[in-house]
Design a protein around this ligand. Structure first.
Ligand code: NDP
Length: 289
């Protein structure tokens, strides 16, 4: 049986956990894979050259991480195509070749297809923890790339009221307008926006999609803001956002399962095998001690 070749492209890339995650998926599904970290200089030309060389060399699929997700989106838009989730997110985290286009005689470059599995990975993780998103009152804090990619998958999962809060309120308001114009599904949903300090009341789920944990600062949260379940997209460190809500009696989760969830969906797109994410997560948690 042949070895399938995959890469994750980023800069920096040494810290990426994707190779270990995908090796666990490969073992689970009996696939023979090689999955490598691929450093790339931080410019669009280098990115395109790396991607083309990889697929010309027989590569089956690639993940894209910081800072190339928007570059990958532009490359796919100009060539083969993008999924609706990638289109609304304005970002691509999964690259593959469109087999139909190849069969119709398209060049490898013209068959390049981009998807985004981050937001669906989040939704799958939350539901796997037993939380019902149908009708749920949800707040997202943050209006960057991660928040943007989560909105359509959450709405498709059937959430009720959605509020988008951000330090810079105008960015939240602008994002809601932009996404409403880009997607009929989002347009039909009444999304409120506000400044993070003005986010108040009771929610079922509050999701931290800011990068604040990296700076050591804490979010200024209103005293009468409460939730049943607090989710932080970050992982691998103490998360003050989760501690805040745990102290108020909420259940909490970090974003490690989102990372595994998005990877599982990429693997499924590439190979057609469905991943048992819970089993893979147990193995990965054991491996990392
Ligand atoms: P962006 O840089 O695009 O967005 C950053 C957001 O954080 C903005 O809304 C910004 O607010 C806010 N922010 C940054 N610093 C502060 C601060 N000091 N106080 C308040 N708000 C702040 O980042 P991304 O959207 O790409 O990523 C956000 C997080 O999600 C990261 O931590 C990333 O690691 C995580 N992530 C996790 C994934 C997973 O698989 N678990 C996948 C993708 C992302 P403002 O607009 O006011 O500047």
């Amino acid at each position: 049986k042949s070895t399938h070749h995959f890469i994750v492209i980023g800069n920096p890339i040494a810290h990426s956990k994707s190779p270990e995650i995908h090796q666990v998926f490969a073992a689970q599904t009996g696939c023979d894979i090689r999955y490598e970290r691929q450093y790339c200089p931080n410019n669009a030309e280098s990115f395109t050259a790396v991607v083309e060389a990889f697929f010309h060399g027989g590569g089956m699929g690639a993940n894209v991480t910081v800072p190339f997700k928007q570059v990958a989106y532009a490359a796919c838009l100009a060539r083969g195509g993008i999924s609706e989730h990638a289109s609304v997110a304005g970002a691509v985290n999964t690259l593959l070749l469109n087999k139909e286009k190849l069969q119709q005689g398209a060049s490898l470059t013209d068959a390049l297809y981009g998807d985004n599995t981050d937001g669906q990975g989040l939704v799958n993780h939350i539901t796997s923890l037993g939380w019902q998103l149908e009708g749920a009152r949800v707040a997202i804090i943050g209006a960057g790339g991660a928040a943007r990619g989560a909105i359509l998958p959450l709405i498709e999962a059937g959430i009720g009221q959605l509020t988008l809060a951000n330090r810079t309120m105008s960015k939240a308001t602008d994002l809601v307008s932009e996404l409403s114009a880009a997607s009929a599904t989002i347009h039909q949903h009444d999304i409120k926006s506000c400044a993070t300090t003005e986010l108040t009341g009771q929610f079922d789920v509050i999701i931290n999609a800011t990068s604040i944990g990296l700076s050591g600062e804490t979010l200024p949260l209103a005293d009468d803001l409460n939730c049943h379940f607090a989710y932080d997209m970050m992982y691998g460190r103490e998360l003050p956002f989760l501690q805040h809500f745990a102290a108020r009696g909420a259940q909490t989760s970090d974003g490690y399962g989102m990372l595994i969830g998005q990877a599982a969906l990429s693997f499924e797109r590439w190979t057609g095998h469905v991943i048992d994410v819970a089993q893979a997560t147990t193995i990965l948690k054991k491996q990392s001690g």
